[in-house]
Design a protein around this ligand. Structure first.
Ligand code: 3PG
Length: 207
């Protein structure tokens, strides 16, 4: 089955969107900069409609839902056209629902025990959250030897300076973050500048 890591370049922008009308220009700006996999978090009333607008209206974008917390969120995200699901943590109920959706998903972990719980259930691809607060690259480096099958997308507190320290690790195919989407640019709808920041972020992934 296709995984989130198959869909995503090395950097996944994490979007919190207040105005649904911004979804398409924002997604276009990110795709133009080379960030094609876009996580829209289910933290605002605009999120589901935003996912739908991007899924229908932005060729080249692979839009996913973030902050997926419940089976209802899974169903709503899938109905809106999300291509992948991301959660800050996991429970058995949530995991069952994510699996049942048929979509690629990244459940969140921040400890070795939580990662082990996912490996036991056959899930190898995870979000590491909140990455900086939970131990940063040093923590993930320490997990590579005891948990060689686990692969992580760290997010939370990562910026352009910190991202390379994660992307260097053998167990980190991609990182997520909102650093290329500063609030002042979004409020002013300065999409060209978002594209420039996205291009810099995309370049962190190398070729
Ligand atoms: C999140 O789910 O909020 C992501 O981890 C993004 O975190 P950031 O805004 O600190 O980059």
């Amino acid at each position: 089955m296709e995984t989130v890591f198959d869909l995503a370049p090395a950097v996944v922008p994490v979007v919190v969107l207040d105005h649904v009308e911004d979804a398409v220009p924002l997604a276009r700006a990110l795709v133009d900069g080379g960030l094609t996999a876009i996580e829209i978090t289910l933290r605002t009333p605009a999120a589901l409609e935003a996912i739908q607008s991007v899924a229908l209206g932005v060729p080249g974008a692979v839009v996913g839902a973030g902050t997926v917390l419940t089976p209802d969120h899974v169903a709503a995200a899938a109905a809106a056209g999300a291509r992948f699901l991301v959660s800050p943590g996991w429970t058995d109920r949530l995991l069952d629902a994510m699996r049942g959706s048929g979509l690629p998903f990244l459940p969140g972990v921040s400890t070795a025990t939580e990662a082990l719980g996912l490996l036991e259930r056959g899930v190898t691809d995870m979000k590491f959250f909140p990455a900086e607060a939970a131990g940063g690259p040093a923590y993930l480096r320490s997990l590579a030897s005891p948990l060689p099958r686990a692969r992580f997308c760290p997010t939370g507190g990562i910026d352009a300076d910190r991202a390379p320290g994660y992307l260097r690790l053998p167990n980190v195919p991609c990182v997520g973050g909102s650093w290329m989407l500063p609030q002042d640019l979004l409020r002013a709808r300065r999409w060209d500048e978002v594209t420039a920041l996205a291009a810099k972020a995309a370049a962190l992934g190398g070729s």
